[in-house]
Design a protein around this ligand. Structure first.
Ligand code: SF4
Length: 440
């Protein structure tokens, strides 16, 4: 395992680096290794890469920016034309189809260009794969009675599989002393509004139901919806946090009972409150713990630490399994943020040792954490920093896979099919590694 400090610039991506990882991590599919490297670096879209024949779904900025530079600095059409995700296949490693979330970065070594009329991803001169862009769902053509676009009210991600309902596009943890240090929800809201885009802060239940009625009638691909948004500390629209978030699944399930699988990404609630969401029809609960190390949690999630506290948070995650069933509690952590400056670990080994303890703690109880790859966004407290090296993500995937397999756990529900060539979860490769039996 690499012992290198992350205080310097992250090691550049290169073909020799990918080939080294291919030799070292034979237990991980190349699809997962390449995916993590692209997520780590972002993608530079050449203007020609937007000149494709068929229309495609561009980024809806469904919650955070997930870009490496501010929206206002994105040039050559990347601010409005970058696809939500790419699906690459073939190329130097003969990749199976791999879905990857778009993180704009004009300085990325991964360049999307056009080759014989098809978008094609390059690393230096090497072709990494031919790319597809996500189709636009038919129901995106409608407009609500209140004049809103479906892609703003109920955008789809994960190649159409997940309806992502960020019902509150701000967070009441506000400013450096409260906001999670990697999170740009409030900043992204401001930059979207600043760019003059329609970007609803608090979504109307009726707007959501109207859009979902078109999804119900026209769409067979979306299987899941997620209700999420920023934390509510006092009240919002005269409702407590629980009551505010509860109104959405209650309305959706009353109108379209069990039409999709309902998920909730929210703070860690006490059991009684979890029960209310379960009764409303929510099946999957994501009380994200973000980073396992307690000292880092307190530094990186200062609002959560002071309002709820680390021990309480972890206890509530565990308790919520009594309500939802352990396999339906899937807390997220931000992969790589434990290596961030100035508070993070200084070596990959220390970071993985800590994060693996968290995986073991939860998985031993049947709770399967998942992770998203940390994207150092410019307007966050942590800012634009180098980010972890690729070897960290390979070690993390190995630790996740080993722990998951050692407890013989089932595939997390609500993510579609697992495995290389099938996974649609686009912000980390945890679903891509499930079931992979290794190579020689
Ligand atoms: S709780 Fe933290 S991660 Fe969640 S929206 Fe608020 S600041 Fe962002």
């Amino acid at each position: 395992m690499a012992e290198t400090s992350t205080l310097n610039q992250r090691p550049a991506s290169s073909l020799p680096l990918l080939e080294e990882m291919e030799r070292t991590y034979k237990d991980l599919p190349m699809e997962a290794i390449v995916k993590q490297d692209i997520l780590r670096q972002g993608i530079h879209f050449f203007p020609e890469a937007f000149q494709v024949k068929d229309p495609y779904k561009s980024k809806d900025y469904f919650i955070f920016s997930f870009d490496h530079i501010p929206l206002a600095d994105l040039k050559d059409g990347a601010d409005t034309k970058a696809p939500e995700e790419i699906k690459i296949s073939g190329g130097h490693f003969g990749l199976l189809k791999t879905v990857i979330s778009t993180r704009n970065n004009p300085n990325s070594p991964y360049k999307m260009k056009l080759k014989e009329g098809k978008p094609t991803l390059y690393l230096d001169e090497t072709e990494i794969g031919t790319a597809e862009y996500p189709p636009i769902p038919s129901w995106y053509k409608h407009k609500t009675k209140s004049g809103k676009f479906p892609g703003e009210i109920a955008p789809v991600i994960e190649w159409g599989y997940l309806l992502y309902l960020t019902v509150f596009r701000n967070c009441q943890y506000f400013g450096k002393d409260e906001e999670c240090a990697y999170c740009d929800i409030n900043h992204n809201y401001r930059q979207q509004k600043g760019a003059g885009r329609p970007y609803t802060g608090v979504k109307d239940v009726e707007d959501i139901l109207e859009v979902l009625s078109w999804v119900d009638a026209e769409d067979q691909i979306a299987k899941v919806y997620t209700i999420t948004g920023g934390s509510v500390l006092t009240n919002l629209k005269k409702k407590s946090e629980v009551d505010f978030y509860l109104q959405y699944p209650q309305a959706i399930e009353a109108r379209f009972p069990k039409r999709w699988m309902g998920k909730l990404v929210a703070q860690a609630f006490e059991k009684e409150d979890c029960q209310k969401f379960k009764d409303a029809g929510i099946q999957i609960y994501h009380p994200n713990y973000e980073v396992w190390d307690k000292t880092l949690f307190e530094k990186i999630c200062p609002g959560k630490a002071s309002w709820i506290g680390y021990e309480n948070w972890i206890r509530r995650v565990v308790d919520s399994a009594e309500v939802f069933g352990p396999e339906n509690v899937i807390p997220n952590f931000v992969g790589g943020v434990e290596l961030s400056e100035p508070w993070g670990f200084k070596t990959v080994k220390e970071a993985i040792t800590s994060t693996k303890q968290g995986l073991d703690f939860f998985m031993s109880k049947g709770i399967v954490p998942r992770f998203t790859a940390w994207c150092p966004e410019p307007y966050t407290t942590l800012g634009q920093q180098a980010g972890p090296p690729l070897v960290y993500f390979c070690e993390l995937l190995r630790a996740w896979k080993e722990t998951f397999e050692s407890y013989g756990l089932p595939t997390p529900p609500g993510y579609g099919e697992p495995g290389p060539g099938k996974a649609v979860f686009s912000v980390s490769a945890f679903m891509d590694v499930i079931g992979y039996s290794g190579r020689n």
